[in-house]
Structures are given as structure tokens and as C-alpha cells.
Design a protein around this ligand. Structure first.
Ligand SMILES: C[S@@+](CC[C@H](N)C(=O)[O-])C[C@H]1O[C@@H](n2cnc3c(N)ncnc32)[C@H](O)[C@@H]1O
Length: 230
């Protein structure tokens, strides 16, 4: 048995086990509040230098994370897309998107996480991925993207700076392009955005057609479009 939290669809004692799974997820996600204590880019890089080896293992314990990412990719990525994965970490979303898209670019502030993403891309023999160690703020792509993905990066951004980060993502997109965000919920853990904050921050950056999907107790997918005429 490799997962401590079994998939809810497979459980015989679902009614008893479901609330326990929910409690475990809430307890785990509240632990991620620790990222609030990281005051600078350097601190984030140091944090992931230490955490990188256990990073994928921690998420592997909850199938909800992987299913959530799969749903995000299903909702956002299409065959001919050029996709940017912002704060790609060890490349989980990058490689999933690459199985579907024309090309995926993954960027991350942490060179250590990018190293692991490179290993993952090599492991799956993907030839349509590129990776770069860069912050969102320093990244300046030559071409814009059809889709921008970002999973669990926003809690690292101070609340006041989130609209600016979404503005970068807006500029990375072609007019008409779609952003897909995956993370947890401010209603469950304070370092994430509440529903209202997601809408406010994305609207402030110029996005339209915002959709929010709450899934698997603690997770949230948000989709929004850069208007065609801007
Ligand atoms: C919680 S991890 C998520 C990684 C991956 N997206 C996932 O879902 O597994 C957050 C990642 O965001 C990166 N990050 C934080 N601030 C960033 C920034 N300003 N620009 C680019 N990456 C950033 C961190 O280095 C880290 O790898």
C-alpha cells in the first residue's frame, strides 16, 4: 500500500472514512501555513533546497492532489497549445500537460526544484518541454502562450502582491488565452485565497470569465480568460 489516504471512490466504508480523510487533508494543508514565514526569494530557494527530496512524496499521500491536477489539465490544456507552468516545482503539472500539449515551458524560482523537474522530463522521455530557473517577475518570454498553469505557487506570494503576479501571468498569455490555477482555499487555510479574493485578484489583473471549482475537500481550481481584445 503506497498511499495513506486512499481514493474516496474505492472505499467500502466510505461514510466513516470520508470525514477522516477530510480531517487529514485539512490538518495537512494547515501545515503549509509555514510558507508565510519565508520573507524573501532567497528564503524560498533555501526552503526548497531542503524540502525538495520529500516534496513529491508528501503529495503522493493524497490522491486528491493528483486527481485535481489531472482535472486542471483536462479543463485547460488542448492539443496544439503552447503552455507555461508558473512555479512548476518538480514539474508534476508540466509533464502531465506535456502529454497533451504541443509544448510546455516550466519556470520556477528554485534551481533545486528545476533540477528535479528536469529529471522527471527525462524519465518520461518528453521532448516537448523546456525548463528554466526564473521567478515570475524576471521571466520575459519571446512568445506569448495559449495557456498558463500555476499550481500551489500563490501562497508564496504576499497577499498585496498577488494582483501584480496575476498581471504577469496575464501578459504571458495571448489575447483570448486561458489561465488555470490549482491550490487550496482561503476558507480552509489562511495562506490561500478565498473565493472572493480569487475573483477580486483575477479581475484586477484584467481577467474575465472566471470559474471556480472546489474539489476533494480542500482543493480549488480557478479558470479565467484574457479577453480577446486586450
Ligand atoms: C508549493 S510549490 C508547487 C510546485 C508545483 N507547482 C506543484 O504543484 O507541485 C511552489 C513553487 O513555487 C515556486 N515559487 C515561489 N515563488 C515563486 C516566484 N515568485 N516565481 C517563480 N516560482 C516561485 C517555489 O520555488 C516552489 O517550487
Amino acid at each position: 500500500m503506497t498511499h495513506t489516504l486512499a481514493s474516496e471512490e474505492e472505499l467500502p466504508l466510505r461514510k466513516i472514512v470520508r470525514p477522516l480523510i477530510k480531517l487529514a487533508r485539512i490538518a495537512y494543508i494547515q501545515g503549509t501555513t509555514i510558507v508565510k514565514l519565508l520573507p524573501s526569494e532567497r528564503a524560498i530557494q533555501l526552503y526548497y533546497k531542503i524540502r525538495r527530496k520529500s516534496y513529491d512524496l508528501q503529495w503522493a499521500m493524497d490522491p486528491g492532489y493528483r486527481k485535481g491536477l489531472t482535472r486542471l489539465i483536462d479543463m485547460v490544456v488542448e492539443e496544439n497549445d503552447r503552455v507555461l507552468d508558473v512555479g512548476c516545482g518538480t514539474g508534476s503539472a508540466t509533464v502531465m500537460a506535456a502529454a497533451k500539449a504541443r509544448h510546455v515551458m516550466g519556470i520556477d524560482l528554485s534551481p533545486d526544484m528545476i533540477e528535479l523537474a528536469e529529471e522527471k522530463v527525462a524519465k518520461y522521455s518528453l521532448t516537448n518541454c523546456d525548463l528554466a530557473a526564473s521567478s515570475v517577475e524576471d521571466y520575459s518570454p519571446k512568445e506569448s502562450f495559449d495557456k498558463v498553469l500555476s499550481s500551489f505557487m500563490i501562497p508564496h506570494v504576499k497577499p498585496a502582491l498577488r494582483p501584480a503576479i496575476y498581471s504577469y501571468m496575464y501578459r504571458f498569455l495571448k489575447p483570448g488565452g486561458l489561465i488555470g490555477l490549482f491550490g487550496s482555499r482561503g476558507e480552509v487555510c489562511e495562506v490561500y485565497e478565498t473565493r472572493e479574493q480569487v475573483v477580486e485578484n483575477l479581475t484586477g489583473a484584467g481577467f474575465q470569465d472566471i470559474e471556480i471549482h472546489d474539489i476533494y475537500d480542500i482543493y480549488r481550481i480557478a479558470l479565467a480568460r484574457r479577453p480577446l481584445d486586450h
